[in-house]
Design a protein around this ligand. Sequence first.
Ligand SMILES: NC(=O)c1ccc[n+]([C@@H]2O[C@H](COP(=O)([O-])OP(=O)(O)OC[C@H]3O[C@@H](n4cnc5c(N)ncnc54)[C@H](OP(=O)(O)O)[C@@H]3O)[C@@H](O)[C@H]2O)c1
Length: 259
Amino acid sequence: MPLLGLGCWDMNGDEARKAVEFALETGYRLIDTASMYGNEEEVGEGISLSAIPRSGIFVTTKVNNSDQGYDTTLRACEVSMRKLKTDYIDLYLVHWPIRGQRRDTWLALERLLSEGAVRAIGVCNYTGPFLEELDGYASVVPAVNQVEFTPYLFLKNLLDDCRRRGILLQSWAPLLRGQRFSDPKLIAMAGKYGKTPAQLLIRWGLDHGISTIPKSSSPARLRENFDVMDFRISAEDLAAMDGWNEDFRMSGLDPGSYW
Ligand SMILES: NC(=O)c1ccc[n+]([C@@H]2O[C@H](COP(=O)([O-])OP(=O)(O)OC[C@H]3O[C@@H](n4cnc5c(N)ncnc54)[C@H](OP(=O)(O)O)[C@@H]3O)[C@@H](O)[C@H]2O)c1
């Protein structure tokens, strides 16, 4: 699984089709969408239009909250595959830990995995207690836990917990949708490496060994966000950035409160 991918939330119609096609041309090989984003068809078209074969692309999609449950998840996966024009999904995720549905949804994902419809399964927005609960009913360890995770929301305990369990943490909204781009310490640290704030935030995730999926539908910014392979953040600076934590949830959503 590539660590750096394209997030596809908030892209519609032609915008999604073009962004996916351009991202693949630029070198991205991981595309993250969701039934909830309403753009699986266009994402699928972008993939079909690109010169990269399907086997060279890692496609993630997610079960919508309203589809959670056993039979509904099985059906939702079929619909997603049809829209994406693919006969398998590389990574299928539970989009949100929905009360009363978590067990059945996960068991449906395990069945999809055993049938080969999906090649890996995982969760999103699972805090420690949700992972502990999962131990009670899961036969398969989630491959990925996709959560909001930035230097301003450095969830060290969750990162350690995921590592102990063999789960790869994947950070959503790694750019905080731009909400901290004017932070002087971010600007100064990015300047030190001759990079932009967005590039530094992406590299921070990669240098922690996690996966990260910044969204852009602008060709220039898609290129910028992918141009992060020629530098590394020193251990000292990485630790300094970890210290920027202020428990800031850009989304305002704390999944822990959905217990
Ligand atoms: N599992 C979940 O619950 C969950 C929740 C939220 C998001 N996600 C996933 O995570 C992905 C990323 O999160 P996100 O889209 O919310 O936020 P994000 O990636 O942090 O930020 C995207 C925003 O930043 C702008 N941007 C991108 N690159 C930039 C750059 N280099 N300089 C300045 N601005 C830049 C984009 O605008 P332009 O497009 O105009 O460049 C867009 O407005 C989503 O697309 C989605 O796939 C998952």
